[in-house]
Design a protein around this ligand. Structure first.
Ligand SMILES: *Cc1c(COP(=O)(O)O)cnc(C)c1O
Length: 373
């Protein structure tokens, strides 16, 4: 089976993990800060907080932003459910926005109409690693005094107008699941240049507990106080050592992903039944996904099944959030998202990951050509 995505783990990664296993610190040790520092440096950002997964990263970012009962966020209808779910976990309401027909990202021209007195943040999702139109989004946020929190789970290493995704908005968050640009098994991180958000996320990551040296001096060395309702959102040193080792290879991963994308573009010229993805001039995508659209949407199901039967692990990203039974019960309206509907009805994500060979790509395109002709 050729999967749609796959991690690349080498001997250096394995050595790094073994080294931690032989050390005193499996968690709450020195590898946490080392990984955070390297992530922050890679993204030209001041602070990074690492957590057990991207969903926890969304939850902590929303909590640090003060998202609560009665608030709303605006995010893309074309995302993984966690982006919306964690707003609900904070008591807030996710308001979904339609996507652009070219990049499948949130349509920045449709955001303003969704803003209400309750809107607190815009949460753009860099779909497939292709950055959203951030300047337009920042302008809307500024005009309406909203925060911008980027769900950059696909986009570690992507660039918007020459700048790395990470420190460009109030916060940006990443996932290190094995299908994402780098992996820690499970993992995630929030990046920010805001010290207040940073301090709050560190606190909430460990149960909302603080240890004040002054109070410890007065009361005793054991003393701590719980100031906020937090969680155990700590990630292990084992995972962070893997992440640190993986990050050193990220640029090489990207270089190969870019080669793969160019190879696909070239080969797909001879496959008239599909629409390849659009790449805008002023961004550098991380090529997390290579989403194509089947021109004759009525054949998507059959094309998908054929590719799977040939051992090609294609996927569909994403079933729109509003279609999920949970969101249907909350009254989300399926009719409000024409571009999302059209995209969802015809999309297929082709395999793309650093170890994919040109020979495998040839096979994928050949089968795709057979299935769509
Ligand atoms: C993967 C992903 C998440 C969740 O990350 P996990 O690490 O799986 O919890 C959230 N949003 C998007 C867009 C993702 O792709």
């Amino acid at each position: 089976m050729i999967p749609y995505s796959h991690q690349h783990i080498d001997e250096a990664d394995i050595e790094a993990v073994i080294k931690v296993l032989k050390s005193d610190w499996l968690t709450q040790g020195p590898n946490i800060a080392a990984f955070e520092k390297s992530l922050a440096a890679y993204c030209d950002t001041q602070y990074a907080v690492v957590v057990p997964n991207g969903t926890a990263a969304l939850h902590l970012a929303y909590m640090a932003a003060g998202l609560a009962e009665g608030d709303e966020i605006i995010t893309s209808a074309n995302t993984f459910v966690a982006t919306a779910n964690m707003a609900i976990a904070c008591g807030a309401k996710p308001v979904l926005c339609d996507i652009r027909a070219d990049t499948y990202n949130i349509d920045e021209t449709k955001i303003e109409a969704l803003i209400s007195e309750r809107t607190k943040a815009i949460v753009p999702v860099h779909f497939g690693g292709h950055p959203c139109e951030m300047e337009a989004i920042w302008a809307i946020a500024k005009k309406h005094s909203l925060l911008v929190i980027e769900d950059a789970c696909h986009a570690l290493g992507a660039q918007y107008k020459g700048k790395k995704i990470g420190g460009l908005s109030d916060m940006a968050l990443f996932s290190f699941h094995p299908v994402k640009p780098i992996t820690t098994g499970e993992g995630g991180a929030i990046l920010t240049n805001n010290k207040q958000y940073y301090d709050m996320m560190l606190k909430l990551r460990t149960h909302g507990i603080v240890k004040d040296p002054e109070k410890q001096k007065a009361i005793g060395g054991w003393y701590y106080e719980m100031e906020n309702l937090g969680y155990n959102y700590r990630i292990t040193d084992i995972q962070c050592a893997l992440g640190y080792s993986q990050l050193s290879k990220l640029d090489a991963f990207h270089a190969r992903r870019e080669e793969i994308a160019r190879y696909y573009f070239d080969k797909l010229k001879n496959v008239p039944g599909v629409i390849p993805p659009t790449l805008l001039e002023h961004v550098k995508t991380s090529w997390h996904l290579f989403p194509i659209m089947v021109k004759d949407a009525s054949r998507r199901k059959e094309v998908f099944a054929f590719l799977q039967s040939q051992g090609i692990g294609v996927q569909v990203h994403y079933i729109p959030v509003y279609k999920q039974p949970y969101y249907q019960r909350l009254g989300y309206d399926t009719g409000a998202f024409p571009n999302t509907e059209q995209y969802y009805n015809s999309c297929i994500s082709l395999p793309i990951y650093p170890d994919l060979t040109n020979q495998q790509i040839d096979f994928v395109v050949e089968q795709l050509s057979r299935a769509t002709s």
